[in-house]
Design a protein around this ligand. Structure first.
Ligand code: S3P
Length: 425
């Protein structure tokens, strides 16, 4: 499906976002693993989280939705029922990777599958450490489908993450929850820490961060969760408000977890007028309101240590970079090539259509020059964050720009276009 955009004049209003996608996945995992009833308030409406929920239904977990939220009747440790069919993660890397960590510890066989994009994404990063733990996993070329058989025995490991990935960290920690000895994950660059916060895992802060899990104290129990709004979904609206004239946008009750708000730090350094108010905590996660006013942005150098914390926001940060003074350059983010699409290629190919000068590197890209062609048909590459970033760029350029393949926005935010209509003046 193709959508046409006209130029935005100003952004005014207040937005609430459905629960954060990463936190929602984990709330479903841990409430399903716990024995008894948990309540999840403000669960994500994303297709990805629906994939996680459907898989746990196949494993025997009962879900009931009412006005209070999502009630989850969890099964308890090693009490899932063997699935009759393959477990389909759809487009969701988080589902596939965290699920692998859980399934190596079950006493039944299972098969994990996904859509075309997920079936091309690298799984060696989880298969290797989970095999070191004794996991019995089979796959061709380290891609989905992954077949998982009951393990003869599992052992704990101490694992230094070769790639900065919260999904890999979480998969190992979840497997570790089934063992009495301590499983340790060591990360050089800090990645999102929702698993640690939700399970209350001990974290040793030294040069490298070490997170520990074991079954004795940390296996999840039933509880109530409140999921703060999805800060990654809000990023598209924040950049649109910053770059349109006389704008004021208030985003209510959104996640302010510091491992997720790196893009706000970058935008502030770029001279963005962004304020945080009403900071609170729930389920160990900080959240609050973000207030944004139009700003004249300047490009800055992005330090490599912050890359894991802005990885999902690089597409929209690059749109901010197009309109900021100076040239936008980002490096050390080769990981972007292994997301829902090759995001470096997707960003570069789309930006080139506008006549901007774009230099593509293996680990990043550089944008310079001026927009020469203001009537462009961008491609979503079937990737929700590319579709949303280039919808924002289209509204900033005007002149009937369009984005082809917009249906994928539901992977993270099915309300994206309704919310855009509500704040645009
Ligand atoms: C996620 C971790 C990140 C991120 C993804 C969600 C998570 O992926 O890009 O959107 O919920 O753990 P990686 O672990 O591959 O960096």
């Amino acid at each position: 499906m193709k959508r046409f955009f006209s130029k935005i004049k100003t952004v005014k209003g207040e937005l609430n976002f459905a629960g954060d996608k990463s936190i929602s996945h984990r709330a479903i995992f841990f409430s399903s693993m716990a024995e008894g009833k948990s309540l999840i308030k403000n669960i994500s409406l994303s297709e990805d989280v629906k994939s996680t929920k459907n898989i746990f239904s196949q494993l025997g977990v009962k879900f009931l939705e009412d006005e209070s939220g999502l009630i989850v009747e969890g099964k308890g440790k090693r009490k899932f029922i063997p699935p009759a069919n393959a477990l389909d993660c759809g487009n969701s890397g988080t589902t596939a990777r965290l699920l692998s960590g859980l399934l190596i510890a079950q006493d039944f066989s299972s098969v994990i599958i996904g859509d075309e994009s997920l079936s091309k994404r690298p799984m060696k990063r989880i298969i290797e450490p989970l095999r070191q733990m004794g996991g019995n996993l089979e796959s061709i070329n380290f891609n989905l489908p992954i077949k998982i058989f009951p393990a003869d025995s599992l052992n704990s490991i101490e694992y230094q993450l070769p790639v900065a990935s919260a999904q890999v960290k979480s998969a190992i920690l979840i497997a570790g929850l089934h063992l009495s000895e301590k499983t340790k994950v060591i990360e050089k660059f800090i990645t999102r820490d929702h698993t640690e916060r939700m399970l209350g895992l001990p974290v040793i802060k030294s040069d490298n961060l070490i997170v520990i899990s074991s079954s004795e104290k940390f296996y999840p129990t039933e509880k109530d969760y409140f999921i703060p709004g999805d800060v990654s979904s809000s990023a598209f609206f924040i950049v649109l408000a910053l770059l349109s004239k006389n704008s004021e946008l208030v985003i209510k009750d959104v996640s302010l977890n510091p491992t997720r708000t790196g893009f706000l730090d970058i935008l502030k350094k770029m001279n963005a007028d962004i304020k945080i108010e009403n900071e609170k905590q729930s389920s160990n996660e900080p959240y609050g309101d973000i207030i944004v006013h139009s700003s004249d942005l300047k490009n800055i150098t992005v330090d490599s240590s912050i890359i894991p914390n802005i990885i999902d926001e690089i597409p929209i940060l690059s749109v901010a970079g197009v309109f900021a003074e100076g040239n936008f350059e980002i490096r050390n983010c080769e990981e972007l090539r292994y997301k829902e699409s090759d995001r470096i290629k997707a960003i570069c190919e789309n930006l080139k259509l506008t006549g901007l000068e774009v230099e593509e590197f293996t680990d990043g890209f550089r944008i310079s020059g001026k927009i020469k062609n203001a009537q462009v048909n961008f491609n979503s590459f079937n990737d929700h964050r590319i579709a949303m970033a280039f919808s924002v760029l289209s509204m900033l350029i005007g002149n009937e720009c369009s984005v082809e393949g917009i249906e994928c926005v539901g992977i993270s935010n099915p309300n994206f276009y309704e919310q855009m209509e509500a704040i645009k003046n």
